[in-house]
Design a protein around this ligand. Structure first.
Ligand code: F6P
Length: 323
């Protein structure tokens, strides 16, 4: 193995730069030349390649975003797009590809690997934390901490004005960010796609809170919740309790940026080293993850979207702590 390519694909997540640094430095340590691909699979199709050295990744471990830039490529979903990408990799003499991506990007890698002989290694990143084969994907820890800090700030102003806040967090179809963040901010209720949104229960929680003179109430809503998100839920609550002051805050892309937490930097660094180790030991077409603190290699074809399992005890916890 003398020349590899690395890219970041899909929505960005804090910790991508830490992982890029780890991949490049580990590859150079082992005498492997590293080519960076700009703009994800779109850049691969267009041959937007450049050579990386140890200096290219200096002083980036603490930075959000991705120095390689990213894209959600529609073209790579087509056989024609993947054929063009293969020709570009061949022309550049690339012997293996390492992609840091979410479930969509890893599925793209799987389809490519089924047709072409270049080996792939995937590394999981997504603030949604919905990829099988790893306890945590790069970016989730930072996103939850960012959301937590934002909601702490909202709690201050909610308290001052005796106001109810509905805060919507990201996660696409996953409630992972909402559940974890909601617990960490002491939310009165958490609504996620994995559980049934029972508004009668929410009304009871509010009445219970007011009866003991709570001066603020926070409801954390996952953007994918089946009741339709924070605006839709707040509207229904306003119809029931028109006398109360309510506000909605959509945290949005603020959760995708910022300096990665210590946990994300360490995870990204460990997965980068493990990915190069996997290549050197002859593994191919796998995703490297970490489960219970141990590195785990999962064939790309077995990597699927993971659904958050909500047990009755997890739901009860929210009820107990919001009295
Ligand atoms: O998958 C990460 C994520 O941030 C989701 O939580 C969100 O639904 C989506 O990406 C937003 O995508 P975009 O940046 O394309 O608007």
């Amino acid at each position: 193995m003398s020349k590899i390519a690395i890219l970041t694909s899909g929505g960005d997540a804090p910790g991508l730069n830490a992982c890029i640094r780890s991949l490049v430095r580990t590859a150079i340590f082992h005498g492997i030349k590293t080519i960076g691909i700009h703009r994800g699979y779109d850049g691969m199709i267009e041959g937007d390649f450049f050579e990386m050295d140890a200096g290219t990744v200096s002083n980036i471990i603490q930075k959000g975003g991705t120095i390689l830039k990213s894209s959600r490529s529609e073209r790579f979903k087509t056989p024609e797009g993947r054929e063009t990408a293969f020709q570009q990799l061949k022309k550049a003499g690339i012997e293996a590809v390492l992609v840091i991506g979410g479930d969509g990007s890893l599925a793209g890698a799987k389809y490519f690997a089924a047709t072409y002989p270049i080996p792939w290694i995937g590394i999981p990143k997504t603030i949604d934390n919905d990829i099988s084969g790893t306890d945590y994907a790069i970016g989730f820890d930072t996103a939850t901490n960012t959301a937590m800090q934002a909601i702490d700030n909202i709690r201050d102003t909610a308290e001052s004005h005796n106001r109810i806040y509905f805060v919507e967090v990201m996660g696409r179809n996953s409630g992972s960010i909402a559940y974890k963040t909601g617990i960490s901010v002491g939310a009165e209720a958490i609504y996620i796609p994995e559980t049934n949104t029972d508004l009668e229960h929410l009304f009871d929680v509010f009445e219970r809170g007011w009866s003991r003179k709570k001066s603020s109430l926070i409801v954390v809503v996952a953007e994918g919740d089946e009741a339709g998100g924070a605006f839709a839920i707040s509207k229904k609550v306003k119809e029931k309790f028109p006398q109360f002051d309510m506000a909605v805050c959509i945290l949005g892309h603020v959760q995708r940026g910022g300096s990665p937490t210590c946990n994300d930097r360490v995870l990204a660094t460990k997965l980068g080293v493990a990915a190069i180790d996997a290549l050197l030991s002859g593994q191919k077409n796998i995703m490297v993850g970490e489960v219970k603190g141990e590195i785990l290699y999962t064939p790309l074809e077995n990597v699927v979207k993971r659904h958050l399992e909500i047990t009755p005890a997890m739901t009860e916890l929210i009820d107990i702590l919001s009295i």
